[in-house]
Write a protein that binds this ligand. Structure first.
Ligand SMILES: [Zn+2]
Length: 85
């Protein structure tokens, strides 16, 4: 089974054209305690199921976008630009 991702700019392409950028999580405020920054930088939820992630179209338009991907099936439910949702 092929693993396809829909770039919001270029359309559906093979996953080999993309770079995985990791799960998203909100950035703490600048004055947040060290522990909060450490969690932001190093802790990951590693959800089993739908997860919001960064993807980069490295062999296409070279743009970053977001995807909701089910980590148990690799099914990509939707893709969109940052700030769109
Ligand atoms: Zn693209």
């Amino acid at each position: 089974m092929s693993f396809l991702i829909r770039c919001p700019n270029c359309g559906e392409r093979s996953v080999t054209e993309f770079r995985f950028g990791g799960e998203t999580h909100p950035r703490p405020v600048l004055e947040a305690p060290f522990r909060e920054w450490a969690d932001y930088l190093y802790a990951r939820k590693n959800e089993a199921g739908p997860q919001r992630e960064w993807w980069y179209h490295r062999l296409g338009c070279k743009k970053w976008f977001l995807a909701i991907r089910d980590t148990t099936t690799n099914e990509v439910h939707e893709t969109f630009w940052f700030g769109e949702k």
